[in-house]
Design a protein around this ligand. Sequence first.
Ligand code: PGA
Length: 224
Amino acid sequence: MKKLFIIANWKSNKTILEAGEWLQTLNDLQLTINKEEKRVIVCPPFTLLPFVKQSIVKGQLLIAVGAQNISPFDEGAYTGEISGKQVKEFADYVIIGHSERRKYFGENDQIINQKIEMATKYNLIPIICISDPAQINNLKIEKGAIIAYEPLFAIGSGNADTPENASLVGEKIKKISGGIDVLYGGSVTSQNVNSFTSEANINGVLVGGASLDAQEFSSIIKNA
Ligand code: PGA
């Protein structure tokens, strides 16, 4: 059985109070997660990383922590940036190159490659987002990285790609990248998650909007 990644991307959402309620709900649901079968990762904004990490350790939840971004530079005089060294104190994964970063913050392949290098330097597993398989030809994808295929039309639209197409894209990406794990992202819900995770070339899902609600996210974990 293949191992699945179920990743929550909270984007710019949640206060400490709201994050606490989310974790509490997940805890109360007493979800049994088999770590060998499903790797659940929550990616909160930077402000919540310490709180979420500490709460997970305290509650002994089987959830890993990821950041949503990382500085393209190492530690130093880069006002407003969070370096890989700082991220690593709380997280084991980092989302890199999300299409919203390309669209709103001018990130290009060069910046994304610098970020991948920083993730590698600090032993963070990069979850590299692409909207088209051709993009990976310009990116430094190394073994151990995770690629999330997220077509632009599907993000936040309620209009997911078809599982068949996502799987074809997954197959293509695996061929180019040498068999790296490929996730699907874009309007994943508890209703459609299994149609994606049951595809041979899809190793999990990256969930935005539907991950904000703890009940819905736990159903996604269950149904995956
Ligand atoms: P969505 O976002 O699930 O809200 O479509 C996915 C993402 O942007 O990672």
